[in-house]
Each structure stands twice: as C-alpha cells, then as structure tokens.
Design a protein. Sequence first.
Length: 108
Amino acid sequence: MKTRPTRSAQQGDRQATARYILKLYVAGQSPKSVNAIVNIKKICEENLQGRYQLEVVDLFQQPHRAQGEQIIAVPTLIKKLPPPLRRIIGDLSDSERVLVGLDIQSNA
C-alpha cells in the first residue's frame, strides 16, 4: 500500500527546494540601507544557502528601476519567486518577521 505525502509535507518539500528571487531596493549608503543589505544577506545564507538570487538596487543610482514596482519606501525587499509576491519594508532586522514574510518559516 502506497501512502501519499500530506499537503503540509508536500509544501515543506517545495519550500526546501524552491529557488528564491529577491530584489532589495535601497537609497544609497544610508544606515537603514546598509543594515538591510547586511541583514538580508545573513538571513539568506543561513536559511536559503545556494537557493536564492539577491539583487540590490540603489535608487539613487538607478531611480528608473522603481517604476512599475510601486516602491513607496526604502529599504523595500520584494520576493518575486516563489509565488506569492511579497514586500517587506524596513531594515530587515527582525529576522523572524522576514522569514515569515518570505514564507520560509510559518507564523505558528
């Protein structure tokens, strides 16, 4: 008799192998921007090692990159993949909030 994995087990398997595409929008070398870059790199290396692509976009150097992304504050982290699209605003210092926001850790 063959057993099927539960829905939560299947979701956990997908999360363990999912590739994350992240964009972090910052404003120059402000303290919040620098902290956000350091924090997201640490979170990604500890939780998504080898399974993420992070692009840092400095809106002082490339203001046109904010068009179409609805950036209203910086720093803003956008999770493009896996779905659903998520936005997290701030310096990303609350790693638990970031992990929940990225669907890496449950809210439980």
